[in-house]
Each structure stands twice: as structure tokens, then as C-alpha cells.
Design a protein around this ligand. Structure first.
Ligand SMILES: [Zn+2]
Length: 151
């Protein structure tokens, strides 16, 4: 259990990453809890394997984490990215931390494929035309990521 910092708390009632409410379920599906974060599959699979890694506590800036928290979080980022690399074999993984509208610390992990959508450019975070899959296809992706996650 990590110590609580003044700038981070366990729950913010207006934050869907803290509340894990229907808004969160509309956008993503939980894949697995990692050491200090939770990995979600983004329902938009315009980039195959697109995920979100959310820090377990309500921090809004990475400088609010102490050195150990930062080390643990980046290790989770690295482990998740390595798994996505192995499972989906993208040509590059993009890492993005935005948070203007949803400030809870989370990293978008977006596998990119040479010659395909938005290669060589920043990915669109909330595309108008999302690539949504059926439940069986999501389940298949969830299971293959879960099976291959590093610890
Ligand atoms: Zn939060």
C-alpha cells in the first residue's frame, strides 16, 4: 500500500476513473489491475489493441507522485506496452497523457501500424467514427492481453 500524498486521494466523486461508473463503462472495459494502476481496453479499436492505463489514485499531474510511485507507475506503463507490442505487433506504440477534461492521471497506449490510420501523426483521441466491436471480439482481445501481461 502506497502512502497517500496531500495532492492525491483515493476517490473523487466527480471522476469516472475513481467512481468507475457508467461513463467509464461506456468508453472502456477493464482488462486487469496492475501494481499501481488499472489497464482498460478502449472500446474504440480504430488502432487495434488501443488501451488506457489509469493510475489507481486521483493524481492529476505526474509530479504529484513521489519517486517510488512514479517508478511503479512507469513500470506498469512499460509492462502494459510490452504486452501490447507482443500481442499486436505494432510498428510503434504511442503514449499520450492529456487530461484536459478528465484530469485523473491516465496514459493512452495506442499501437500504430506503418501505412495505416494516422501513421506518422498524432492519433485522434476521440474520433467521430469510432471502431466498435461486438462483445465476443472485445472478450477475445481482453483474454489475449490478460494472458500475456507481464508482472
Ligand atoms: Zn479520479
Amino acid at each position: 500500500m502506497l502512502k497517500s500524498l496531500g495532492t492525491t486521494t483515493n476517490e473523487h466523486l466527480d471522476c469516472f476513473y475513481c467512481c468507475k461508473n457508467q461513463e467509464l463503462e461506456r468508453i472502456m472495459i477493464e482488462v486487469k489491475k496492475l501494481n499501481v494502476s488499472t489497464l482498460y481496453l478502449n472500446k474504440d479499436q480504430s488502432h487495434k489493441g488501443r488501451c488506457i492505463l489509469a493510475y489507481d489514485k486521483h493524481a492529476t499531474e505526474i509530479f504529484q507522485l513521489d519517486d517510488q510511485e512514479l517508478q511503479f507507475f512507469m513500470k506498469d506503463v512499460s509492462n502494459a506496452a510490452q504486452t501490447l507490442h507482443e500481442v499486436f505487433q505494432p510498428d510503434k506504440i504511442n503514449y499520450a497523457i492529456y487530461g484536459d477534461l478528465v484530469s485523473h492521471l491516465h496514459v493512452h497506449l495506442v499501437p500504430k501500424y506503418a501505412g495505416s490510420l494516422e501513421w506518422g501523426e498524432a492519433f485522434v483521441n476521440s474520433p467521430l467514427n469510432k471502431k466498435l466491436l461486438d462483445q465476443a471480439s472485445y472478450q477475445e482481445i481482453l483474454e489475449i492481453i490478460q494472458k500475456n501481461l507481464h508482472h
